[in-house]
Design a protein around this ligand. Structure first.
Ligand code: PAF
Length: 280
C-alpha cells in the first residue's frame, strides 16, 4: 500500500493511473477502523477498482469539542488492517493539507431540509463540515466510485446532495451496515464504551428491530414514544427515535402503508452518542 500525505503527491499519482483508464474506488474514513470500514474496502476491491482510503479526523464536523478530543486514534492498527484488506493507496493528510485556507467555510452548502432534521437538528454545523471535507477529498481524489456505509444514513443523503450541487462525477455507492453478533451496529465510537455500556448499547438495534416488526399503516406516534421509553429504561438519553421516508427523510407520523420507511435512532449512553437505522 502506498501512503501519501500531500495532496499534490497523490494528485500526481492519480493523474498517472487516470491515463491508464484505471477505475478508482474511494473509502473516506476518520480512522479507528473496524470490520464495517474493511467491508467497504472489500466491496471496492471486488468491483476491480484501484482502492484508495483516507484517514482524517475532520475537525470541522465535530459540533462537540469533547467528542473531537476523545475520538479514537489507532493509526498503526488501521494501516495494518488496510494493508491486509488489499487497499492500494492511503491518503493521510494533516489539517493544514486539508484546509490550506483555514477551517472556516465561506460558501456554505445549501442542504435545505436535510440539515434541519435528525442529525442536522441535533448536531448543528455537522453536515456542513462533512460536505466541506468530502468535497475537498473528492477534489484531491476524483474517484469513479465513493463507498459509504448505510450506518450513517443521513450522511449518505447529504453527500449525494453535495455531489449533485457541485456537479461531481463520482458515483456514490451505499453499503450495508455491519453488526456485531448481538446486533450492535459497528462504529468507531463503540471502542469508547466500557463493559457495562457496551452491554446496554445493543438496545438501540433491538428498538429498531421492534419498530420493524411492529410498524403498521396508520398513526406511528405510539410506536415512536414507546421506542424512546424503551431506550430510557435501558439507560440511554435519547435525542430521537424516529420513522421517516427513506427517500426524502421527511418524518412520517401517519403511514399510508406504501411509502418506503426508515427508522433512525440517536442516543447517549453516558457521554457517548450512538446512532443507528434500519430500513423497514
Ligand atoms: O463517516 C465518516 O467517517 C466521516 O463523516 C467522513 C465521511 C469520513 C467525513 O469525514
Amino acid at each position: 500500500m502506498i501512503i501519501f500525505k500531500k495532496a499534490a503527491d497523490i494528485g500526481q499519482f492519480l493523474h498517472k493511473t487516470g491515463e491508464k483508464k484505471t477505475k478508482t474506488g474511494f473509502v473516506p474514513t476518520m480512522g479507528a477502523l473496524h470490520q464495517g470500514h474493511i467491508s467497504l474496502i472489500e466491496t471496492a476491491k471486488s468491483g476491480g477498482d484501484l482502492v484508495i482510503a483516507s484517514i482524517f479526523v475532520n475537525p470541522t464536523q465535530f459540533n462537540d469539542a469533547n467528542d473531537f478530543q476523545n475520538y479514537p486514534v489507532t493509526i498503526e492498527q488501521d494501516i495494518d488492517q488496510l494493508e491486509h484488506a488489499g487497499c492500494d493507496v492511503l491518503f493521510l493528510p494533516s489539517v493544514e493539507e486539508m484546509y490550506p485556507d483555514g477551517l472556516v467555510n465561506k460558501t456554505p452548502y445549501d442542504l435545505g431540509y436535510l440539515e434541519t432534521v435528525l442529525e442536522g437538528k441535533y448536531r448543528p454545523g455537522h453536515f456542513q463540515g462533512v460536505c466541506q471535507v468530502v468535497h475537498r477529498l473528492l477534489t484531491i481524489i476524483p474517484a469513479d466510485h465513493l463507498y459509504l456505509g448505510q450506518k450513517d444514513f443521513q450522511q449518505c443523503m447529504v453527500i449525494k446532495k453535495m455531489a449533485e450541487l457541485k456537479g461531481l462525477k463520482t458515483k456514490i455507492i451505499i453499503c450495508p451496515t455491519l453488526r456485531e453478533a448481538d446486533g450492535l451496529a459497528m462504529s468507531s465510537r463503540n471502542m469508547r464504551l466500557n463493559k457495562e455500556a457496551r452491554q446496554k448499547a445493543v438496545e438501540i438495534s433491538r428498538v429498531l428491530l421492534h419498530i420493524k416488526a411492529s410498524v403498521k399503516p396508520g398513526d406511528l406516534s405510539a410506536l415512536k414514544k414507546g421506542s424512546v421509553e424503551q431506550l430510557t429504561r435501558a439507560g440511554f438519553k435519547t435525542d430521537y427515535a424516529e420513522i421517516a421516508d427513506a427517500n426524502s427523510l421527511e418524518l412520517v407520523d401517519n403511514w399510508d402503508g406504501k411509502r418506503k420507511l426508515v427508522a433512525l435512532c440517536a442516543a447517549f449512553i453516558g457521554e457517548i452518542r450512538l446512532i443507528d437505522n434500519m430500513l423497514l
